[in-house]
Design a protein around this ligand. Structure first.
Ligand code: BGC
Length: 250
């Protein structure tokens, strides 16, 4: 019998959820997407997440991602969502919204990292794998032989006196109208700094821009291999479902 789980990925513009085949990482049925409520306060987002779970008729445990540092189920930061999240016990909030069933809440990039490492672009890799999501900001996840070190926030590391995500998020490419080649030079600066400090065996590049990987990955000059994410817009959902199933709870 197929082992299934359920994940919901909360982003700045959309909340996406689905039932996941935990063996293959494929979604069973539709990916359900609702707009992120504005303002994206904890209560409003919890209602949207509960609506997705209802629409899917899922009645088991639920994994939820936030674009936040999450420790002990509590959101500690809030990038691209309402600042009221900071200090919110997200695990308790979602638990109440789902009628008291088990819930795991984790950072969005950590969820994507878990999914890509187990079932996506990193499934055959060993050693240290770093997943970076390039979007409005840069999200990060680091895994060593499949074990996640949560909440790394490498996107905020200073590189040449600027935050990495202010140099090389894909939003910087759009804002400054950079070509893929010009933007890849910025990404290379960031990756070179990360690899000098962390010595990964593999970088996985995620976020929407990884769909166009052939336009920029070949221009990178960092020494560690870089591969595009394989699960793309489902990685957060899949990772959240794996996290609640395996009890990973940062
Ligand atoms: C946040 C991270 C998040 C990433 C992607 C960053 O700005 O600090 O927590 O994972 O954006 O959403």
């Amino acid at each position: 019998m197929t082992k299934t789980g359920f994940g919901v990925d909360v982003g700045g513009s959309g909340v996406k959820g689905g039932t996941v085949d935990l063996t293959t990482g494929e979604l069973i049925g539709d990916r359900i997407k609702l707009p992120t409520p504005q303002p994206s306060t904890p209560n409003a987002v919890a209602e949207t997440v509960a609506e997705i779970v209802r629409l899917a008729r899922w009645d088991g445990p639920v994994g939820v991602t936030l674009p936040s540092v999450v420790t002990g189920g509590v959101a500690r930061s809030a990038a691209n969502i309402d600042k009221k999240w900071i200090g919110t016990d997200a695990r308790a909030l979602f638990g109440d919204a789902f009628g008291g069933r088990p819930v795991t809440v984790l950072n969005d990039a950590d969820a994507a990292g878990i999914a890509e490492d187990r079932l996506g672009a990193g499934k055959d890799a060993s050693g240290v794998v770093i997943l970076l999501t390039f979007g409005t900001g840069i999200g990060s996840a680091i895994l060593h032989n499949g074990v996640l070190l949560p909440n790394t926030e490498f996107g905020h590391m200073e590189v040449d006196c600027k935050e990495a995500e202010h140099l090389a998020a894909s939003s910087v490419k759009d804002a400054n109208d950079l070509s893929y080649k010009e933007w890849a030079a910025e990404v290379s600066r960031v990756l070179t700094r990360f690899e000098d400090l962390l010595w990964p065996d593999l970088f996985i590049a995620g976020g929407g821009i990884s769909r166009k990987h052939e336009k920029w990955i070949p221009h990178l000059t960092s020494r560690t291999p870089v591969v595009p994410a394989a699960l793309l817009n489902t990685a957060g959902i899949v990772g959240a479902a794996i996290a609640v199933d395996t009890g990973i709870a940062p």
